[in-house]
Design a protein around this ligand. Structure first.
Ligand SMILES: NC(=O)c1ccc[n+]([C@@H]2O[C@H](COP(=O)([O-])OP(=O)(O)OC[C@H]3O[C@@H](n4cnc5c(N)ncnc54)[C@H](O)[C@@H]3O)[C@@H](O)[C@H]2O)c1
Length: 356
């Protein structure tokens, strides 16, 4: 088992990473009074696979339990679904001494955490991320949100869980498409902060089984990097931008194809390679770095080239990124593998980093 402690302004909490930790769920959650309630927020697919096991484990530990299940998918990350969950929590009679457990990918985590942060002005909650992306990224850092029809994550809060439990064995039931998506983020951590992790991913692991058997360690390294960055920049005003490596081009591609042709991870994969290819040409990155990125993306069957697209539209999407500040933008570049940095640039200068 690996353990990390997140230390942010108003909270300190542990992350436990252990294969098989799900079978110990009830025992892992501190119980503070008898008949304490836990509302489990999950989705229909996960409920089908793990619902009985979760309920049994929590009940055996003496918790009163109710499973609240939503439809899987991004569309559920909405105010409407939040309202449905508030109703269910009221029905169950949850109070501030009780707990919410979010069991799912980034959608369930973001939505469930948002509900936990707002219901009765805040219910303590536990994150149990079940996709690789949620295990290495969205379950750490306290960003909770729902989408509006005008855009993603437009309503939200910063709210940290009491505890994060990560069971890499759950990845065995995850669809390959989502697994690869998470791998793009894992590769990103190696690229910006951890040369050893990057080359371990590139040189070891001949099969998926091999990779899965080392997942406890891989997740631990990624969470460690996110912890370090989040602790320095809790509110996303500076260093946290490093985590956006590959995202400038990635977001442009996602938008240009209306979020349909590429998953987030695929778009980020292309973004990491393409921006590094250009920064290398400009002499800002060590020669050969983009080739290492290309090799690792090929190994993990992720795309690395910008597809044919409407260049004007693509550039417009990038220049109007909601994270751009006035006339200044930031791009994340690599000095070399393992050394990412944030480069402020003028808005007009973005073109040479994202297009030929
Ligand atoms: N809060 C943050 O800091 C942060 C960071 C990155 C991404 N996000 C958010 O994360 C969301 C995407 O999350 P995601 O990629 O985890 O997708 P997701 O939550 O939609 O899950 C993908 C699918 O996998 C299924 N699933 C999940 N775990 C499974 C398992 N172990 N076995 C079988 N099926 C399983 C789900 O039912 C779902 O159908 C986006 O909304 C994004 O905005 C948030």
């Amino acid at each position: 088992m690996y353990v990390l402690h997140i230390d942010v302004t108003d909270r300190k909490y542990p992350i436990y990473i252990q294969r098989g930790i799900l079978s110990d769920l009830g025992k892992r959650i501190p119980k503070t009074y008898s008949k304490q309630k836990i509302a489990v927020i999950t989705d229909d697919l996960l409920k089908e696979i793990y619902g009985d096991q979760i309920e049994k484990s929590l009940q055996e530990a003496g918790f009163l339990t109710k499973i609240l299940s939503i439809e899987p998918g991004e569309r559920s990350k909405s105010l409407e679904t939040a309202a449905f969950l508030y109703d269910e929590l009221l029905d169950f009679g949850i109070n501030r001494e009780d707990r919410i457990l979010t069991f799912g990918g980034g959608v369930v985590g973001d939505l469930g955490g948002f509900v936990a942060s707002t219901f009765l002005r805040g219910i303590p909650f536990i994150q149990f991320p079940t996709t690789l992306l949620a295990q290495v990224d969205s379950s750490i850092g306290g960003k909770m949100a729902v989408n509006l029809k005008q855009g993603k994550n437009l309503v939200g809060s910063f709210y940290h869980p009491q505890l994060v439990l990560i069971d890499p064995d759950l990845l065995q039931t995850l669809d390959k498409k989502y697994f690869r998506d998470g791998l793009a983020e894992v590769i990103k951590y190696g690229a910006i902060r951890d040369e050893d992790l990057f080359f371990r991913l590139l040189d070891r692991y001949d099969s998926e089984e091999d990779l899965l058997s080392d997942m406890e360690f891989i997740i631990y390294r990624c969470c460690g990097i996110k912890k370090e960055i989040v602790e320095k920049d809790e509110r996303d005003k500076g260093e946290r931008m490093l985590l956006n490596f590959g995202h400038t081009i990635g977001h442009g591609i996602e938008r240009a194809f209306h979020y349909e042709r590429y998953t987030h991870g695929e778009a980020v994969a292309i973004g990491m390679h393409e921006i590094t290819k250009r920064s290398e040409r400009m002499g800002e990155t060590k020669p050969g770095t983009s080739e290492e990125i290309r090799k690792i993306l090929i190994k993990y069957r992720l795309p690395y080239q910008i597809p044919d697209l409407d260049k004007k539209e693509f550039l417009k999407h990038i220049q109007h990124d909601k994270k751009a500040l006035g006339e200044e933008m930031h791009v994340v570049l690599l000095e070399e593998i393992g050394k990412g940095y944030i480069q402020p640039i003028k808005r007009e200068a973005i073109q040479k980093y994202v297009m030929d």
